[in-house]
Structure formats: structure tokens, C-alpha cells
Design a protein around this ligand. Structure first.
Ligand SMILES: [Zn+2]
Length: 349
């Protein structure tokens, strides 16, 4: 992008109430069949309009066509039995009843490519599309076949790569892999997690690639977990050195209201950084000045032409007006700092 400080959201945005029950994760669809297909397209039109109205530069699909950021992709695969469920601890944090891997995994058809093609036809703006990361996928399942997190993640990485190449082919500009699990399983991240991610982006040449690592949606299990993390959240320190050496182009992080020491961003110097300047766990809309302050802090560790103001995480569970308010605050905050940078540049010239 030629524009300084281009804004975007981390991924999910609230769905219209006629499509799915609002302010809820995993909310079931209210439509079915053909109505659901056209309902999802209408929802894509709505989130596009909302992002454009707010002035967002890099738009996302807001995950309007999926119920959940991990599961919906897995539903499109073979080898996973959704009827056979086991209870596992997700991200070492909360128990969930999850589907079982019962045989070799494969991707008989594209999962999101038709949605992406439709979205591409609606706008000329750069589009960011999220896929789940291999490690986070593994962490959301019970594996009764590979019996190895590493082997299963590698297989998923190959399937994600097929999907990513098709998303690239229909004109998606940035493909982001959501890896909240990277904030929990440090040893595995360094051992095989980033290798799998690099397998997932192999051969992508036209689009840019990103990894999103966060402290999760603002739901109770995550908020309780954050309470146990102490006064300084140094999780990023464990995985950034290896990410810095990886082929991933961009890293999406949580910064606003978080206890992450912002200087840790120095460890990924050279990467483009989506700086989370909007707290998705708070029902208060940030002031533009608060957003600007976070961006200014991050600018000490990220070159201005590599800084992308963003939200900490997805906003799916938030009320729609709150989400819209936060997008506008992000844009206004970025504009304050953009003006400062341009004024400094003009003064130096
Ligand atoms: Zn997130």
C-alpha cells in the first residue's frame, strides 16, 4: 500500500441479526438453503459498506460466511467426524466438546473461495482474508488417527496451502492465518508451528501473508485467563525471534489496553505489523487520541511504512454499533498520526 498507516480489522465483525443471533460466538444461522447463500452475500455487502463508511483501507469479509473461525474450515474437510465428539482442553484454557479426526484429512473442495470471489467482485479495495492456522486447528480437535499434533498440523498446512493458493488466484491481497495457539504452546511453535505455517504459505507470490497472534475474544474464559498472566504479558517474546526469521510477511498483534510490553515488537523488526489499537474486550469506544497514542508507541519499534493500525482481535461478539464506533475511532486515530508523520516529513524536506 502506498498510503501511510493503512487501517484494517483483525478479522471477524458482528453479523446482522437476520443472519445469526447477535453478540454470540458460534451463533447458529437463522436462514437455510438458498436463503442462507444469498443472506451471507447480503451480509458481506453490509460489512463492506460499514468498513467503507468508517474509512477502513484494507477490508475483510468480517467472517460473515462462517460460524466460527476454525470449525467452519474444518467442516469443509474430510477425515474429521463431527458426530463423534470428545472433550478436550482448548489452548490449555477451557474444556470443549470437539470433533474427532478419524482418518486421513483431505480437502475435497474449496471452502471459502466462492465467498472470496463474490467479495472480490464487490470492491476494488485491498482484501484481507483469514484462515485458521494449522496449530490452532489441531488444538480444536481430538485426534484419533495421526496421534501426533505435529503430523496432523503438517497435513492441515498442506490443505491450507491449497486453499490459500485459490484465494490468491481469485484476487485476495492478504491471507492471514489466525494462530492464537501461538500464545500458549511456545515450545511447539518453535519446534514445528512456524514450519507448518511456512508450509501453508509455500508458493504464494502475489498476495502477502500474515499471522495473527492474540489473547482472544473478549469472552469470560479468555478474560479469566488474562487475569492469571501477571502484570507483564511476555508471551510474544517466546515466539517472535523465530517468526522474525520466517517467510511470513506480516504479524497481527494485540497492543491496546493489553499488558504486552510494546518494546517486544522490536523482536520482529523488518516485518509489517498490524498493531492492535482497538480493545475488543471493552465496551467503551476508544477516543481517536487513545488510538493515536498506541500507534505512536508502536512507531518506536516499527518503521512507519510497515505499520498497519488494526484491532486487537475479531469483533464478532460485540454489538454492531459498538463495532462501527471502534472502526471509526481506529480510522480517526490513524489519521492523527498520519498527519504528524507527513508534517514531519514535509518539515525535514
Ligand atoms: Zn484474535
Amino acid at each position: 500500500m502506498t498510503k501511510l498507516l493503512p487501517t484494517s480489522s483483525a478479522g471477524s465483525l458482528p453479523k446482522p441479526s437476520w443472519l445469526a443471533e447477535p453478540e454470540k460466538l458460534w451463533s447458529p444461522w437463522k436462514l437455510e438453503g438458498e436463503d442462507l447463500v444469498s443472506g451471507k452475500q447480503d451480509a458481506l455487502r453490509v460489512v463492506l459498506q460499514e468498513q467503507q463508511a468508517a474509512g477502513i483501507d484494507i477490508v475483510s469479509d468480517g467472517e460473515q460466511t462462517r460460524q466460527h473461525f476454525v470449525t467452519t474450515f474444518i467442516e469443509g474437510l474430510e477425515g474429521v467426524d463431527f458426530e463423534k465428539r470428545e472433550t478436550v482442553k482448548i489452548r490449555d484454557r477451557y474444556d470443549a466438546s470437539v470433533p474427532t479426526v478419524t482418518g486421513p484429512v483431505s480437502r475435497p473442495n474449496s471452502v471459502f473461495v466462492e465467498d472470496a470471489k463474490f467479495y472480490r467482485s464487490q470492491t476494488d479495495k485491498p482484501i484481507k482474508w483469514a484462515l485458521p492456522g494449522p496449530m490452532t486447528m489441531v488444538d480444536t480437535l481430538y485426534d484419533d488417527h495421526y496421534k501426533s499434533r505435529k503430523d496432523l498440523a503438517w497435513e492441515f498446512a498442506k490443505l491450507l496451502n491449497e486453499e490459500a493458493k485459490e484465494l490468491e488466484a481469485v484476487g485476495i491481497d492478504i491471507i492471514q492465518f489466525d494462530e492464537p495457539a501461538f500464545n500458549v504452546f511456545f515450545e511447539e511453535v518453535n519446534d514445528w508451528g512456524i514450519d507448518c505455517l511456512e508450509r501453508a504459505i509455500e508458493g504464494l507470490t502475489k498476495c502477502e501473508t500474515a499471522v495473527h497472534i492474540c489473547y482472544g475474544y473478549g469472552i469470560k474464559a479468555n478474560n479469566d485467563w488474562k487475569e492469571t498472566l501477571g502484570s507483564e504479558w511476555r508471551q510474544y517474546e517466546e515466539v517472535f525471534p523465530r517468526i522474525q526469521k520466517s517467510n511470513i510477511d506480516m504479524v497481527s498483534l494485540e497492543c491496546q489496553n493489553s499488558r504486552v510490553p510494546i518494546e517486544l515488537i522490536e523482536l520482529i523488526r523488518g516485518k509489517k505489523v498490524f498493531v492492535g489499537a482497538i480493545d475488543v474486550a471493552s465496551d467503551k469506544v476508544e477516543t481517536p487520541e487513545e488510538v493515536a497514542a498506541t500507534i505512536r508507541e508502536a512507531l518506536k519499534y516499527v518503521d512507519a511504512d510497515k505499520l498497519y493500525p488494526c484491532t486487537n482481535c475479531g469483533m464478532a461478539p460485540l454489538p454492531r454499533d459498538l463495532s462501527r464506533g471502534k472502526l471509526s475511532a481506529l480510522v480517526a486515530g490513524a489519521e492523527i498520526v498520519r498527519k504528524e508523520l507527513l508534517a514531519a516529513e514535509a518539515a525535514a524536506a
